[in-house]
Design a protein around this ligand. Structure first.
Ligand code: AMP
Ligand code: MG
Length: 326
């Protein structure tokens, strides 16, 4: 099978929607990362997603709809606090977990009676899902051993010859996955920190529970060892020390740092992530791919302050480092 990258013209979006309707898979842009779509109500199509991604069957998939009024078609009921979150953050990088409606097959939810739902904040994604006339599963469009793709070219690197079409919508704006909140509990429970921050959620609905993510359960790991620094005054000095120790052991190392800290690392290898936590999130996965492409043995990632997107970045970096914090 040839994999074609398509410009997101109306005609091409229609072409992809008809492939989805026929039970095929299509990759497309969202504001978080690129998604590998299949019609969520088609169990055979959903099974193909697990095969192509080499994803463990017990890891449920998020379902996307194109507009708020379609959420009720895939869930049993919408609790009051969920409605507030829907009104405030959808479309956007927020996924809510509900009791699932019968139209959603076991294959999507790994047998669970719940379903995770979101509305991507991306015009191409919304149009595609609308034209498919069905909810669409939206796992990241990578094989499970690779970083989530934030460019059409990343998708092609991973899934070449396994899918027909990739709609190219340019770089994903946010670059990390959605925040997941279980609204079956009261107060709701944050299952994964992501594009919408916990502070934003609290401002909207008050109390919210946080469930610690298990670092050992992470899927993707870069080939390079990831060391993640705590955030404190002496951080850059400590990173330099660890870098020099690794170099003395003949390891090749690169530091991920904010633009403002660049000068603290002298002539050591550095990838700058930008000048904000938003930029750090946006560039993180692409830079980890780059580090693997350039065969670095280790990546040392700067720590961040746990405010705003910083909290979601910390959750990602803890997973990527296997919980190893320097
Ligand atoms: P990924 O597609 O890799 O971004 O992963 C989707 C995430 O959503 C995983 O962490 C799943 O555990 C979570 N998820 C999907 N469906 C459900 C569900 N029904 N209940 C709880 N978590 C879910
Ligand atoms: Mg993923």
């Amino acid at each position: 099978m040839q994999t074609e990258i398509l410009k997101p013209t109306d005609l091409n979006i229609m072409r992809c929607a008809s492939r989805l309707k026929a039970g095929e898979l299509v990759a497309f842009p969202t504001e978080t990362v690129y998604a590998l779509g299949a019609v969520a109500t088609n169990a055979q199509a959903v099974k193909k997603v697990f095969e192509v991604k080499k994803r463990p069957m017990d890891k449920p998939l998020i379902v996307a709809v194109s507009k708020k009024s379609d959420i009720k078609k895939v869930v049993k009921s919408i609790p009051q606090k969920a409605q507030i979150l829907i009104d405030k953050f959808m479309p956007g990088a927020l996924t809510l977990v509900f009791d699932r409606a019968d139209v959603i097959p076991d294959e999507v939810t790994a047998g669970s009676s719940s379903v995770a739902v979101r509305i991507p904040d991306n015009a191409v994604a919304q149009k595609l899902i609308e034209l498919a006339c069905a909810p669409v599963v939206v796992p990241s469009a990578n094989t499970s051993d690779k970083a989530s793709p934030t460019l059409a070219a990343h998708v092609k690197d991973d899934l070449d010859s396994k899918i027909e079409y990739i709609l190219d919508g340019g770089a994903s704006e946010i670059g990390i996955e959605s925040t997941i909140v279980d609204v079956r509990t009261d107060p709701p429970t944050v299952l994964r920190a992501g594009g919408v921050t916990v502070e934003q959620l609290k401002a909207a609905i008050g109390e919210i529970k946080a469930k610690r993510e298990d670092a050992r359960l992470s899927g993707y790991m870069p080939n390079a060892e990831v060391l993640f620094s705590a955030y404190y005054d002496g951080m850059t000095d400590n990173i330099c020390k660890r870098y020099d120790e690794l170099m003395a052991k003949q390891k090749t190392v690169v530091i991920l740092c904010l633009d403002g800290n660049r000068s603290a690392y002298g002539d050591r290898n550095v990838y700058t992530v930008g000048d904000s936590y938003e930029a750090y999130a946006h560039n993180l996965f692409a830079l980890l791919r780059k580090a693997d492409g350039e065969h670095y043995d280790a990546v040392i990632a700067e720590g961040v302050n746990p405010v705003g997107l910083g909290e979601s970045l910390i959750a990602r970096l803890i997973k990527l480092s296997g919980g190893l914090i320097i």
